[in-house]
Ligand binder design. Sequence first.
Ligand SMILES: *Cc1c(COP(=O)(O)O)cnc(C)c1O
Length: 372
Amino acid sequence: MNLCDFAPEYIRSIQPYQPGKPIAELAREIGLDEAYVIKLASNENPLGTSPLALDAMINALHDVALYPDGSGYELKIALSKRYAVAPEQIILGNGSNDILDLAARVFLKPGATAVYSQHAFAVYPLVVQMIGANGLSIPARDFGHDLPAMLDAITPETRVVFIASPNNPTGTLSGEDELFQFMERVSRDVLVVIDEAYYEYLPETNKPDSIEWLKKFPNLLITRTFSKVYGLAGVRVGFGLTHPDVANLMNRVRQPFNVSSIGLVGALAALQDAEFVQKSYALNRAGMLQLTDGFRKLGIEFIPSYGNFISFNVTGDAANTLKIYQSLLRQGIIVRPLGIYEMPHHLRVTVGLESENKRFLESLENAMGEIA
Ligand SMILES: *Cc1c(COP(=O)(O)O)cnc(C)c1O
């Protein structure tokens, strides 16, 4: 036995999260300029960051010798006004992944179970396994969550259910009525996490009134993030909205300074920048149309998406799908292979700027020519 053998088996068997390939890494590998590389692999905002947030963060750099406000007072007040919830219902995280992790750490332990869907966001199994709890992956229906089957899968050991809506990487949305019925039927002894990382990309008519449900369901945790439409993925800010008692427990478990001072001011300013959010939303709608039109012209199957990304199936064959991925890399385009999501026939592409989408589609056509 050496030291590492003493780490619990459930830790040693964790498959590390695979992030999108960094631009600098690909540029090094193919010997091309970084400026030539287009990364459409991590659902980042192609417009960058809100200019208001950028200014606020640059100013805040002068104070980085000081610890951040560990309570995130100002950001919580702003969020509480925006969403008409009490500050005590808000928990801030180092990205919303941090919130998912806190939920797992508060409610799970070895022997407990968490339920999530097949093809759901990869962080759910990860945070469950880190605790040594059991993750139950419920087969998807048309790539979306099968909520009735997830409800049926709940046992007395189940403490947490993760629902991503829209889900990444499938882009599927659970309907508002279906979600509400799930909340009505599920035991109040089970925490339901509705992960709404892409909420701001939904058309108004598709936005569920989930925050309103907090009044009715003390076992609901809604997570949102500043990483996507607000363009702040690099500074790591997310938040959860829930019952004050749940927030209280999560607050005890989190690191005292889990959100950086730069993140706090960036998020506060980004929240006020309605113009940037609107611009990002509109760009995404147009880009999504551009991509789906392009796929149709190329005869490529895709899963209609409610996010800022879309998954597509070029060849129906896993080996050829990787060849397409590799060919795109050689052409300076980074997308995401989905083998770890049990979707080896799909690749996921983030909606970029018009010029980026165009180059992606041209490169994809080249790649298809190469494998034909
Ligand atoms: C991107 C994403 C998140 C956000 O992660 P952060 O930690 O906030 O950057 C959360 N859930 C899903 C489903 C995502 O795709």
